[in-house]
Design a protein around this ligand. Structure first.
Ligand code: BDR
Ligand code: CA
Length: 323
């Protein structure tokens, strides 16, 4: 049975591919896509989610907009990484996929109540929506099977030397999530930097011969240019789909148990995830920290999902009807 998930995201180039993986892989059942301010303003991340759903032919999955700013601090977007639109690179048609009226937090609350089994939340963005859900509806914790998030790091950061973007953008929200008691798996930079979109990977998307495959190649090409300029990466790391992949096949992403706390006060380290890998603090385990990715099968799943979605939307790939 596919695992029911809700993807909470801020598209974002890597979020865009996380949406496609979640919608195109048969091991998960994507119940909803919710958006939050992060890589860009809420207005832009929501528009981008609708754009991705439109070009990928993802219909019947509700898209809901959530929080437009972090819980405490002002929003600081990542236009240096994702461009002014949040999804620079390809040109997108006017989206035909709409947005539901319900606030993202209320939609998640309703879906958790309605679904016959506990649901996995996959946040690939600042944790504002998830923290608000757990604060407003504490009883929902029992309806969440686990939270598998992209954020943090067992090592260094990217937004600051110490802090990763999703956690640094809303540290108070991340603190609420890690202290919630809900099982949390943290897919941090230390593992997502193993998902490098090399030229060979980009060529695989192009080689699908569909417009969706080309869109993915264009997204990755833009993402590569900012990662090269900002950090000198030869190929960009595709962070967010790693969290989806962990749900699809836990064997793809090896994890260890650890205590994780979020630094809220550090003069230079606010938003850092302090991951106790060796039990040296004596603090109890409250998370699984992802440590290594099986990269080749990860890319196989990612490309397969785009192939499935692309075949649905690209007329040349449609099989002729049986005669
Ligand atoms: C995270 O920050 C965002 O820019 C990406 O979408 C990803 O979720 C990586 O630090
Ligand atoms: Ca993201």
């Amino acid at each position: 049975m596919p695992v029911p998930i809700i993807l909470d995201c801020d598209p974002g180039h890597d979020d865009a591919l996380a949406i496609m993986l979640a919608a195109g892989d048969p091991a998960v059942d994507l119940l909803a896509i919710t958006t939050v301010a992060g890589n860009q303003t809420l207005e832009k991340t929501t528009l981008n989610a609708r754009r991705v759903c439109t070009v990928a032919g993802i219909t019947g999955v509700p898209v809901a907009a959530g929080c437009d700013r972090p819980l405490v601090q002002p929003l600081s977007v990542a236009d240096d990484v994702h461009g002014v639109s949040g999804l620079d690179g390809p040109s997108f048609p006017e989206p035909t996929v709409g947005v539901v009226r319900e606030h993202a937090v209320d939609l998640i609350h309703r879906l958790l109540a309605e679904h016959p089994e506990p649901v996995t939340l996959v946040p690939t963005a600042p944790l504002t929506n998830i923290a608000l859900l757990l604060t407003r509806y504490p009883q929902d914790a029992d309806r969440i099977r686990e939270i598998v998030l992209m954020g943090g790091s067992t090592e260094r950061g990217n937004r600051t030397p110490a802090a990763e973007f999703n956690i640094r953008t809303d540290p108070e929200a991340a603190d609420i999530v890690f202290r919630s008691g809900v099982p949390v798996t943290m897919c941090g930079l230390n593992v997502t930097h193993q998902a490098l979109a090399t030229p060979e990977v980009v060529a695989r998307f192009e080689g699908l011969g569909t417009s969706l495959g080309r869109t993915c190649a264009e997204l990755l090409t833009f993402f590569a240019s900012t990662y090269r300029t900002l950090w000198g990466f030869p190929s960009p790391p595709l962070h967010d789909p790693v969290a989806v992949a962990r749900v699809i096949d836990p064997g793809l992403v090896r994890c260890v148990d650890a205590n994780v706390v979020v630094e809220l006060n550090g003069r230079y380290t606010r938003g850092a995830t302090v991951v106790d890998l060796h039990g040296s603090t004596g603090r109890p385990v409250n998370a699984r920290a992802a440590m290594s990715l099986d990269a080749d099968p990860f890319w196989d799943r990612m490309v397969a999902a785009v192939r499935v979605l692309g075949a649905r939307t690209h007329p040349a790939d449609r099989q002729p009807p049986p005669s």
